[in-house]
Design a protein around this ligand. Structure first.
Ligand SMILES: Nc1nc2c(c(=O)[nH]1)N[C@H]1C(S)=C(S)[C@@H](COP(=O)(O)OP(=O)(O)OC[C@H]3O[C@@H](n4cnc5c(=O)[nH]c(N)nc54)[C@H](O)[C@@H]3O)O[C@H]1N2
Ligand SMILES: Nc1nc2c(c(=O)[nH]1)N[C@H]1C(S)=C(S)[C@@H](COP(=O)(O)OP(=O)(O)OC[C@H]3O[C@@H](n4cnc5c(=O)[nH]c(N)nc54)[C@H](O)[C@@H]3O)O[C@H]1N2
Ligand SMILES: [Mo]
Length: 760
């Protein structure tokens, strides 16, 4: 199988390469943010908008899910937050005239970058069966079309309702309610591609699938381990917290195959020292691990802790945990030689890490996609939990698990019931509140949805945000599956690839973004979101909407629900659309932790959801205790002459949204088709820096997938490992290559070989 990049891409991909940087942010970051924002929004709008980001009376940054401090700076944003805002608040528009000019085939030949640069969607658009381009359509007609298709289905499970993580709590709650009243739990979401492994591991071991630390804990920790995360690019405001933690005496261990600039040194643009000086060094110990070696690393550390007399917290283990004996038996079998093979780390490195662990009473482990997107992601995260449990680091101030979420409300969407595997208690409460019998069978996750579309088991695809075909694995398979649908519908702010690879008929429904005013019959509305640490707060946009025809996400769901469900639904959809307070009143009655929602969310900074392990060392697991687990150690096997490839983000993108062609901290500019390879490996394989290679992934079932034409960059990554950007490399990820226990695509461990690119 091979997939060509879009053919007629007018953007020249010609990467040039300099030395990677060793510090993040600083004045250059502000300058970049401003330049980019002014290009999209002009000077006045830039100033007005950026001042409102993450303020108590402002809107929640549509960038990442990192929490806001109690008293935000006047400029509580970062370079990449500013880019996310500019991308949405841009003055450019994609109008019906644009669609009249461009056929769908033409659009399908453009790069994702080009599509995104065209601006905000302004009109509902319809692609009729057999048509070659989208045409404007009225909202009522659009809802009729969708209702017609949905009602004609022989079974509600033939429809799939995807969600991306920017959707507010209110919209998410309404959306899942609509899907379930319609009769299906087919509610896949971007979590399936993201932190699903964290949720699975934490639910089994601690009883709650979320992080157990608050911002304050980070500032009180003795030791923070950041494993498999690049906060300098993806959660830049986290660097401020790490800096604060260091100032209070914390030490930081970074575990990563790549030396990432942000973790090396941080120049805080909010302090004089960060603006003028060399910044703060963050990482005290850098463990340059091989891709997929983390479980082995933590297992050996666990053995060494157990063997060290008095190092484990015996009273905590006795009182609060289960399975310690079985775990310690297995852990004792860990050995140095296997750990070295799995991790590539030296004994000295690991002994240094151990000494830092033993010297620390309060330890936090932070992680993101570097741990979640592997075949053995779930056991890896469970091993991190074992590590923390051994020394009582759960439910103690300054300690705990900190999975750092991606999308700004991806955690809240789950809390609101966006999941294909709802628990019975949630369904009971929902059914009781709205007087219907919710479906009980589990629905499709992302990978299962693709299979269902491919096999004809699902024929209608509806997306609340996101860019499903570009974010999903196995691009050729996914696109082919999408083309088999009867109808594809996208509620979107910006044009993307998923609008160009459609079912027989397709709709684009333009919606308001976070930055925009949302006025309904009941007056000006706000929405709420939940950050990565379980803090729920309001978000209020102030800008005039990108066009008069845009509807908010809650309004779209309410109108669609009325049209599809008709008399059969007793839910007051019209009232919900008029005034979101009505929605919040229902959330308060259905979702635990949201009692007195309206009142508590009105307080500056909002409120923190309860978290039993954190708050009271109560573990709502099957055993009623925190569970040690004893999975066998795994790590990827890489045959001779092959490399292990991770697919990651550049500094100039938000997932499938490409802001620009530079990856400043890594020294790459003007192009994205690059593959970073350790210089020793590159030499052994016969690739000079600057040579061009095709990347071919080799999957266990014998199939191969190729992405052609990548510039080889000699880069200081761990031996045997390589890195290239997503989504260009999604063609290489087999649909069936997923994590055990979470079904998340293994985007961080693909066995590949390089072959010289024949012609360019
Ligand atoms: N500006 C910006 N912000 C974003 C996003 C964005 O695209 N742009 N995306 C958002 C989303 S949805 C998410 S989920 C997060 C993603 O945030 P990250 O997880 O930081 O994103 P990635 O670029 O995938 O980076 C993965 C990191 O893990 C390391 N890594 C890879 N494999 C391994 C491994 O096996 N072991 C270890 N120890 N390290 C490994 C990589 O070298 C890299 O540093 O960011 C969110 N924030
Ligand atoms: N190979 C590989 N694949 C990956 C990953 C990886 O690391 N490697 N990471 C995975 C991860 S962590 C994630 S989270 C997924 C991301 O998958 P998605 O969430 O599906 O993708 P995004 O690129 O974030 O979606 C961008 C689109 O969302 C729309 N949008 C933006 N804001 C709004 C809004 O407020 N409302 C609505 N309705 N629409 C909006 C815009 O039209 C924009 O084009 O990708 C996954 N795919
Ligand atoms: Mo994500």
């Amino acid at each position: 199988m091979s997939a060509k990049p879009p053919a007629a891409d007018p953007i020249q991909d010609a990467p040039s390469v300099t030395e990677p940087m060793s510090a993040a942010a600083g004045p250059a970051a502000i300058a970049h943010a401003m330049k980019n924002a002014q290009r999209q929004m002009g000077v006045r709008r830039t100033a007005l908008t950026l001042l409102r980001v993450n303020q108590h009376e402002g809107f929640d940054c549509p960038g990442c899910a990192w929490p806001d401090p109690d008293s935000p700076h006047a400029f509580e944003f970062c370079e990449n937050g500013a880019k996310a805002v500019a991308e949405e608040a841009t003055l450019r528009r994609v109008t019906p005239a644009f669609f009249a000019e461009h056929t769908v085939e033409d659009l399908a030949g453009r790069s994702g970058y080009w599509l995104g640069q065209q601006g905000r969607l302004t009109h509902p658009m319809y692609l009729p069966e057999g048509g070659d381009r989208y045409e404007p359509v009225g909202w009522e007609m659009a809802f009729d079309l969708i209702a017609g298709e949905l009602r004609a289905l022989p079974d509600p499970d033939r429809a799939v309702f995807y969600t991306s993580g920017r959707t507010s709590n209110e919209a998410a709650f309404l959306y899942q309610l609509f899907a379930r009243e319609f009769g299906t739990n087919n509610l896949p979401d971007c979590s399936n591609l993201c932190h699903e492994s964290s949720g699975a591991a934490l639910t089994e071991t601690l009883g709650v699938g979320k992080g157990s630390v608050l911002l304050d804990d980070l500032h009180r920790a003795d030791l923070i381990i950041v494993a498999g995360q690049n906060p300098g690019t993806n959660h830049p405001r986290m660097l401020t917290s790490l800096e604060k933690a260091k100032a209070a005496g914390a030490r930081i261990i970074t575990v990563n195959p790549l030396p990432e600039a942000g973790l090396e040194r941080f120049k805080n643009p909010q302090t004089p020292r960060g603006l003028a000086g060399g910044g703060t060094p963050l990482t005290d110990l850098f463990l340059q691990i091989r891709l997929g070696g983390d479980q082995a690393l933590f297992r050996l550390l666990n053995k060494l802790i157990i063997n060290r007399g008095g190092a484990v917290d015996t009273p905590f283990i006795r009182r609060h945990t289960h399975g310690f004996e079985a775990f310690s038996t297995v852990a004792r079998a860990a050995d140095w030689e296997e750990t070295r093979r799995a991790t590539g780390l030296s004994r000295t490195d690991i002994e240094r890490a151990l000494a830092m662990v033993l010297a620390s009473r309060r330890i936090i482990v932070c992680w993101a996609m570097g741990l979640t997107q592997h075949k053995h992601a779930v056991p890896t995260i469970k091993e991190v939990v074992n590590f923390l449990l051994l020394r009582g680091n759960i439910g103690r101030p300054g300690a705990g698990v900190c999975p750092v979420r991606g999308h700004s409300n991806v955690q809240g969407d789950r809390t609101m019931g966006i999941t294909e595997k709802p628990d019975a208690a949630f369904l009971d409460a929902l059914g009781r509140e709205f007087g219907f019998e919710p479906p009980r069978d589990p629905g499709f996750d992302v990978v299962e949805s693709i299979r269902a579309l491919r096999d004809g088991a699902a024929t209608v695809f509806f997306a609340m945000g996101g860019n499903f075909v570009a974010a999903s694995p196995d691009t050729a398979v996914t696109e082919d599956a999408m083309r088999r649908a009867r109808l594809t519908v996208h509620v979107s702010t910006k044009l993307n690839r998923s609008h160009c690879v459609t079912g027989a008929r397709a709709l684009i429904l333009p919606t308001l973004g976070r930055t925009e005013r949302d006025v309904q019959g009941g007056g000006a509305q706000f929405v709420t979101v939940e950050d990565s640490m379980g803090v729920v707060h309001t978000s209020r946009g102030r800008l005039r909407p990108a066009g008069p025809r845009l509807l908010s996400e809650p309004a779209i769901v309410c109108r669609l629900a009325r049209r599809v469900l008709g008399e059969s639904s007793a839910t007051p959809w019209e009232e919900f659309e008029r005034d979101y307070r009505g929605v919040r009143a229902r959330i308060a009655r259905v979702v635990p932790g949201f009692e007195a929602f309206e009142e508590r969310v009105a307080r500056p900074g909002g409120f923190t959801l309860p978290h039993a392990p954190r708050d009271e060392r109560h573990f709502p697991t099957a055993t009623g205790k925190a569970n040690f687990t004893a999975a066998p150690v795994e790590y990827p096997a890489v045959p001779e002459g092959r490399l292990l490839l991770q697919t990651l983000r550049s500094h100039d993108q938000y997932n499938t949204t490409i802001y620009g062609l530079d990856d400043r901290y890594r020294g790459i500019s003007g192009g994205r088709r690059v593959v970073l390879v350790n210089p020793e490996d590159a030499k052994e394989l016969g690739f000079d820096d600057g040579a061009y290679a095709d990347l071919t992934s080799e999957w266990t079932d014998g199939t191969e997938r190729t992405a052609p034409g990548f510039r080889v960059v000699h880069y200081p990554t761990a031996r045997g490992c390589a890195a290239a950007y997503y989504p260009e490399t999604n063609v290489l990820v087999p649909l069936d290559a997923t994590a055990d226990g979470s079904n998340t695509p293994t985007s961080k461990s693909l066995v590949i070989r390089l072959t010289p690119t024949a012609e360019r």
